[in-house]
Design a binder for this molecule. Structure first.
Ligand code: NAI
Ligand code: MG
Length: 340
């Protein structure tokens, strides 16, 4: 049967790539019945809020969304929509697969997944200043919060993800040598969780700075990386860089009873409205969404059609060195979907 899901086309290139993605999903026979709602600048235009109540209500009902990029208004006192969504729906896991789609980049055959804790750590932003001698910002203080329960939840998520997806190893990334409490609790909890997966998933641990170096020197040694919020934010962008940048990187924000899927890139105002944006990242985000609802076979068909389009037809958008428009790329993917 149909699965109701919220669709937020977003700003800038959002509506263009969303149209392309919806067309591919239709050709695949996806189960999604879309409830289209606005967010970002489009949300402000329609309802005076970048995260309108009707959009929140829709996700409260569907617990499932595909979200285009949202332009963050500068000034105006709006809080980040992404942070509000994470809090509202308890989206504690941010999953970012980094897999090479197009050969000829700086690295070949990258295939790793970063699992980032999404609601704790230093991003709780308990921050304040201490004034000294008339300088109101003489000292800045920030406290991070990592809980045993939050650490266990994300670590179990990462090990379950690895086991479910036939991944061989989980690397736990921390800075327990210096931040002995804040990230020590994460490593300590890993030592409780990991043995339960013995025989199924191997594990090791790394200090975050060494991990960053090794990701650049030898990314193939990694499989699934699980880490705390700040480190995960940085390492997941590093991983997107390994596969050639933003145009091909999808992300999933997952909670106990809700999930929101999106491209990692933003609204690309510099190319918006010209029909040349790469829909690939959002397409791959929709593949993660298909897997999430148990339609892995449709996701596999989509990825196979994408691979043929990119590497057999050599049909690529401009950011990947090609000349195809957004819809030309989508139409080529649809042809492969139909001819299987
Ligand atoms: P951006 O990711 O929108 O653009 C960076 C560069 O990558 C631009 O040159 C752009 O043309 C290119 N690019 C991005 N996606 C592309 C695609 N699919 N195909 C071809 N080229 C692509 O980052 P920027 O410019 O820093 O941010 C623009 C707006 O997006 C800002 O308002 C920012 O706050 C917002 N943003 C929203 C995100 C979200 O909703 N998840 C994530 C990142 C940024
Ligand atoms: Mg980031």
């Amino acid at each position: 049967g149909a699965i109701e899901a919220t669709l937020i086309p977003g700003d800038g290139i959002g509506p263009e790539i969303t149209r392309a993605v919806v067309a591919v999903l239709e050709a695949l026979g996806s189960p999604f019945a879309w409830d289209t709602q606005q967010g970002g600048l489009a949300g402000i235009e329609a309802h005076g809020d970048p995260l309108p109540g009707v959009t929140l209500d829709s996700i409260r009902r569907t617990r499932l969304a595909l979200k285009g990029p949202l332009t963050t208004p500068v000034g105006g006192g709006f809080r980040s929509v992404n942070v509000r969504l994470r809090e509202e729906f308890g989206l504690y896991a941010n999953v970012r697969p980094a897999k090479t789609m197009v050969p000829g980049g700086r690295y070949e055959d990258i295939d790793l997944v970063i699992v980032r804790e999404n609601v704790e750590g230093l991003y709780v932003a308990f921050e304040h200043y201490i004034p000294i001698d008339g300088d109101p910002h003489a000292v800045a203080i920030s406290s991070g919060v990592n809980t045993r329960a939050g650490s266990r939840r994300i670590l179990e998520f990462a090990f379950d993800y690895a086991a479910r997806n036939g991944r061989r190893k989980v690397t736990v990334v921390h800075k327990a040598n210096v931040l002995k409490a804040l990230t020590g609790i994460f490593l300590e909890t890993a030592k409780e969780v990991a043995p339960r997966y013995a025989g199924k998933v191997e594990w090791d641990d790394r200090i975050v700075d060494a991990c960053a170096m090794q990701l650049v020197l030898d990314p193939w040694r990694f499989d699934v990386i699980v880490t705390t919020n700040l480190f995960g934010d940085i390492l997941s962008d590093l991983a997107a860089g390994l596969i050639g940048g933003l145009g091909t990187a999808p992300g999933a924000n997952i909670g106990a009873d809700a999930a929101i899927f999106e491209a990692v890139h933003g609204s690309a105002p510099d190319i918006a409205g010209r029909g040349v944006a790469n829909p690939l990242a959002m397409l791959l985000a929709s593949a993660l969404m298909l897997e999430h609802v148990g339609r892995g076979h449709l996701a596999a068909r989509m990825r196979a059609a994408v691979a043929k389009t990119l590497n057999e037809d050599n049909i690529r958008t401009r950011d990947l060195g090609g000349t195809a428009s957004t819809m030309e790329f989508a139409e080529a993917v649809i042809r492969h979907v139909r001819s299987e």
